[in-house]
Design a protein around this ligand. Structure first.
Ligand code: AMP
Length: 281
């Protein structure tokens, strides 16, 4: 596995690879890898000849006061995991390498990124779309794999690629969970044993929503209230949002008629956790 730290080095290598007819699969990450990331890497392996993984904790997608500085990092462990997974290139630039001090161009999506995490973290998706556009230009992938765990992000990236004509196929891979249902996340490492138990309220609430839809409940307000009850039964869990949205447009729906995204953001202690499930009535 090659480790590339410079933008120029990565881009030159990618352009040379591309002209030789090799298909590049790309998995962008912020590191502190877990089984969810590994599943995306396996998916990229299946879809491409060569796999590039980026590890970059992107400062522009964190708001002031968020956990950029304390975001978990362990590049040595990540490197070993990538090597074992058969990754061909690990791209790990520094923020200084990625961003000129006088940078003045942003890429912004203005519809799908309005609600949910976009509303609670204003500017977050502008940082995401900007860094992903940059990474696509640097890594030149034929296919890029994102996780359903960050469903809104995956949709925003799909729109970025469509509207700016990036020649990249976007594949969304299912959420990987711990045995007890907790969605894997780098931030789970921050939970105390007690909070780790409390964090299961997200999965439980999504299960409640699924059960109600299966039983024929169609009123989104009733389901949202039941989800809120499930989360708030846990002391110290605080709901940021519990929404039921049209799966394509991410607009809230009052009555469930077609495919919906049930999305949750909950604070457990200082840790913000998100999870979702896509349901068809
Ligand atoms: P992150 O390193 O958290 O920015 O995530 C990098 C990629 O991994 C994103 O496309 C995420 O959606 C995806 N991802 C994170 N957690 C999971 C998970 N539990 N299952 C599947 N994909 C995930």
């Amino acid at each position: 596995m090659d480790i590339i730290r410079s933008v120029d080095g990565m881009q030159r290598r990618a352009l040379a690879t591309k002209v030789s007819g090799v298909r590049i699969g790309f998995v962008p990450t912020m590191g502190f890898l877990h089984a969810g990331h590994m599943a995306l890497i396996r998916c990229a392996r299946d879809l491409a000849d060569q796999v590039v993984v980026s590890i970059f904790v992107n400062p522009t997608q964190f708001l002031p006061g968020e956990d950029f500085a304390s975001y978990p990092r362990d590049i040595d462990r990540d490197r070993g995991m990538c090597e074992s997974a058969g990754v061909d290139i690990l791209f790990c630039p520094t923020p200084e390498e990625m961003y000129a001090p006088d940078r003045s161009v942003w890429v912004e999506e203005t519809m799908l990124s309005r609600g949910l995490c976009g509303e609670k973290r204003p500017g977050h998706f502008k940082g995401v779309t900007t860094v992903v556009a940059k990474l696509f230009n640097i890594v030149q992938p034929h296919v890029a794999v994102f996780g359903q765990k960050d469903a809104q992000q995956a949709k925003v990236i799909g729109r970025l690629v469509r509207d700016l004509n990036f020649p990249v196929e976007i594949v969304v891979a299912p959420t990987v969970r711990e045995q007890d249902g907790l969605a894997m996340s780098s931030r789970n490492a921050r939970l105390t044993p007690r909070q780790r138990q409390d964090a299961l309220c997200l999965y439980r609430a999504l299960g409640v929503a699924r059960g109600m839809v299966e039983q024929g409940v169609r009123d989104a307000a009733i389901i949202r209230a039941a989800m809120a009850d499930t989360v708030l039964a846990v002391d110290g869990a605080e709901i940021e949002y519990a929404e039921i949205l049209d799966d394509a447009t991410l607009q809230p729906v009052p009555i469930i008629a077609g495919r919906v995204l049930v999305a949750l953001a909950v604070r457990v202690g200082k840790t913000r956790l998100i999870d979702n499930v896509s349901l068809t009535p």
